[in-house]
Structure formats: C-alpha cells, structure tokens
Design a protein around this ligand. Structure first.
Ligand code: SAM
Ligand code: SF4
Length: 418
C-alpha cells in the first residue's frame, strides 16, 4: 500500500480538508509517511494569503516532483487555483490540480482517482481529535482590498444549519470535546435557523460535555448585542478572535473593512468588561499608504484594547487585488522596522495577560499527555497550558482543572488539581 504525505500551508480550512483526506486514506489502508523519499502519494494543500507561503508551496512541489513524479502528486488549495500553469511547469503535465474553490466532495473524488480511498464519513476528521472542525461558510465575499481569498476561494457557499447541527451532534456522540465552526467572515452566516447567533444557540442546546467556538468574526457584520447573546451561551469558550487589521480609520477605509476604530471599541466593550474572556486579533503592518501617524495609532489601539494575542503580518502584495494597484507602497525596510517594534509590544501584552492568571485555577481541555506526568492543553479562554499531573495521565479530550504557577508570553504553566 502507498505511503502518503500531506503538506499543509495556511488556514484552519486547509487543516480541515487535509485531515479529512488523511482519514479517508487511512480507511483505504494507506499509511502516513514523514519523508518524501518514502511517499508514493503527496498532497500539497496550499495558501496564497501571503507571497511567502506561496513560494514555499512551489518549492516543496519542485522537491516532490523530483522524487515522486507528477502523476502521484495532488496540488490543491488557493495557489492551485491562482497559478495552475506555474505548478504544471514545475511538476510536469501529469500533475493533479484541485482548485481552491472545490468542496471536500470534489477533492476526495480527485484523490480517489489517484489511489483507492476508504468510505467517506461526514463526521469530523479523527486526526483533529479532540477538536471537530465544522464548515459553516466556504469562500468569501467581503472583498478586503489586500486579500486574495475572494478570488482564490470564490463566492460564499453556506452549509445549512440542519446539516451543521447534524455534524455537531455526531461529533459529540463520537467523543469529540470541542467544536470549531469555520467561515472566513462567519458573521455573514444566514441559514434555515437565522444567523450565526441563532445557529450557535441551537448548538448550545445539544446534549453532552463539550466546548465550542468559531472563526473568524468580522467587526463590520457583528453587533455588541449579538456578541452579548453569544457570551451567555453555556458551552461557548471564553474567547473572541476579531481581526482589527489597523488602528487607523484612514487605512481601514482603504482596506474596505467597513468599520471605524470607534465601532470596533463599541463592539469589544462586553469582552473588555469581562475579565474571564480573552480578545485576540490580526494586524497587517505596512499596508500601502501607512504613514508614521497611521502606525502610531495602530500601536495605541493594540495597547488600548489590551489584546491577549495578536497575529502580526507584514503586508504582502497579492496579484490583481485593489491594494496591489495602490501606488504608495511602504518600503520593505520600513515594514520590517514597524513589524519588529509592534512585535515586542504584542509579546509584552501576551506575557502580562498570562501572568494575571498566576495563582488561579483554570478549566483546561487536554490535548496531549506524556508519560512521566507532563501534559498539554488549552484553557477555556484559549491559552496554551503546560501542566504536571500524577498518574494515571488524563485522557486526550478530557477536561481538567489546573492551578497556574507561572505565566509567560507563550502560555501558562501549572499543576493539575482534579
Ligand atoms: N477571514 C479571516 C479574517 O478576515 O480575519 C481570515 C482570513 S486571512 C486568510 C487571515 C489574515 O491574513 C487576515 O486577517 C490578514 O491579517 C492576513 N492577510 C490577508 N491578506 C494579507 C496580505 N495581502 N498581506 C498580509 N496579510 C494578509
Ligand atoms: Fe480576506 Fe477579508 Fe474575506 Fe478575511 S474577510 S478572507 S481578510 S476578504
């Protein structure tokens, strides 16, 4: 039987698709392999959000083509849609290309033409256990001016709430402890039960011991009232990821984000008033036209909102996006300078946020447990937790209480109490 290797770049959607393929391959009797030299099937699941990720995927494709041959490679995801010709030039004519807009069913059909697959199961992939990723919306129609996703993933396709609830129920019944609902702008979700809040409220009514959360929220399509309703749900994790992108209203407008800093501040008020919740964000440094003043107000905003975690990205020109046609690009050296200045602020904030929990007892979902009494998990508000515990070690997917002895910018360290 063929050994298969899956290389995944990019977002949670790609993680979900790769894990679903891996499960179907395992059910078909194929074994995962860590080395290109040993694999007879290679799947490269690509990301085009930044140029660097794209270049890494092409370079991996080149290596794979030398060792495995084009007909045994599946090249999928955003870069596969955007630059099929370059991929074929690198690997050769026999390369199997699946467009980024394809749904899981089409991806599995194509992989099935290369090797035999096991039965497809619509429960969440086992390899992501104990987290069940569940798609609510595929694609994006928010058209941020810097972003390639609307082009590479295509228009929004919504999964009906009935199907979402069915998948959630099956995942809980099969022992998953955490549900993660996905959409590029999940607040645009509309289906038979209403919007996101109504659907999440229905999930909250399901029986079982589980936590859930969702990614990614968009400030222009979320209201403080809706957020308050979500925060009252019994099973919701105490964390919100709400990309801000810039602290400058002028830059937000050029990004077509459709909110101001004042709107964002009103929206996150319920979170910042509640010490049990964390707030994380995405920021792009060096968007075209970003002046020293724009950058300074972004720094102020990051400090002012006291983000518990920030994903910082250097602006990357994406082909044919409106931002790529803007003339006033920020020089790369200045982007680097601003990025490292903001990075040290962000790291300081994460450290402070984690130190606040020293001495407290937190609810933790166990993600890994090792012999010798060391385990790793995630707290209900989304922090990494490394902890010691006596034998027998807690099972992956169980919930434990951990007393925190120490906090760093990476997370929390403590001891299991029960
Ligand atoms: N839909 C989600 C959202 O809007 O937050 C996530 C989508 S995007 C794949 C994830 C993050 O990548 C964005 O929030 C943004 O910060 C970053 N990003 C997208 N395009 C970028 C670009 N051209 N340059 C740098 N960062 C970019
Ligand atoms: Fe890209 Fe904006 Fe859509 Fe997120 S919401 S995927 S940043 S266009």
């Amino acid at each position: 039987m063929a050994g298969f290797l899956i290389k995944t770049f990019g977002c949670q959607f790609n993680e979900l698709y790769s894990a679903t393929i891996a499960d179907a391959l395992r059910r078909g009797g194929h074994q995962p392999s860590d080395s290109l030299g040993e694999a007879s099937l290679v799947i490269i699941n690509t990301c085009a959000v930044r140029e660097k990720a794209e270049e890494k995927a092409f370079s991996f494709l080149g290596e794979a083509a030398k060792l495995v041959g084009a007909s045994r490679i599946v090249f999928m995801g955003c870069t596969a849609t955007l630059d099929r010709q370059r991929a074929v030039r690198i690997a050769g004519r026999g390369l199997n290309v699946v467009e980024g807009t394809a749904g899981m069913e089409q991806v599995l059909t194509l992989v099935g033409t290369v090797v035999s697959l096991g039965q497809v199961d619509c429960t969440a992939p086992r390899s992501l256990f104990p987290t069940a990723d569940i798609e609510l919306i595929r694609g994006c129609e928010s058209y941020c001016t810097y972003c390639i996703v609307p082009k590479s993933r295509g228009p929004e396709v919504v999964v009906d709430a009935g199907e979402v609830l069915h998948r959630a129920e099956r995942a809980i019944e099969s022992g998953f402890s955490e549900l993660l609902f996905l959409g590029q702008n999940i607040n645009r979700y509309r289906s038979s039960l209403g919007g996101l809040v109504e659907t999440m409220s229905a999930v909250d009514e399901l029986d079982g011991n589980f936590w859930f959360w969702f990614l990614s929220s968009h400030p222009a399509n979320f209201t403080p009232e809706e957020l308050r309703r979500v925060m009252e749900l019994r099973h919701i994790e105490h964390r919100l990821h709400l990309p801000l992108q810039s602290g400058s209203d002028r830059i937000l407008e050029r990004m077509n984000r459709r909110y101001t800093i004042a709107d964002y501040a009103r929206l996150v008020e319920p979170i910042r008033e509640n010490a049990d919740w964390t707030l994380t964000t995405d920021i792009i440094v060096g968007f075209p036209g970003e002046t020293d003043d724009d950058f300074a107000v972004t720094v102020d905003a990051v400090r002012g909102f006291r983000f518990d975690g920030v994903f910082l990205a250097k602006y990357s020109d994406r082909p044919d996006t409106p931002a790529s046609r803007m003339q006033d690009k920020v020089p790369p050296a200045l982007i680097d300078e601003r990025h490292s200045a903001l990075l040290s602020i962000v790291q300081g904030l994460s450290g402070q946020s984690n130190q606040v929990l020293v001495g407290r007892c937190v609810d933790v979902l166990v993600l890994a447990a090792h012999a010798g009494g060391n385990a790793f998990g995630r707290s209900i508000d989304g922090r990494n937790v490394w902890f010691s515990c006596s034998e027998p070690a807690p099972g992956v997917g169980t919930f434990v209480n951990v007393t925190i002895d120490h906090g760093s910018r990476e997370g929390l360290y403590g001891t299991r109490v029960c």
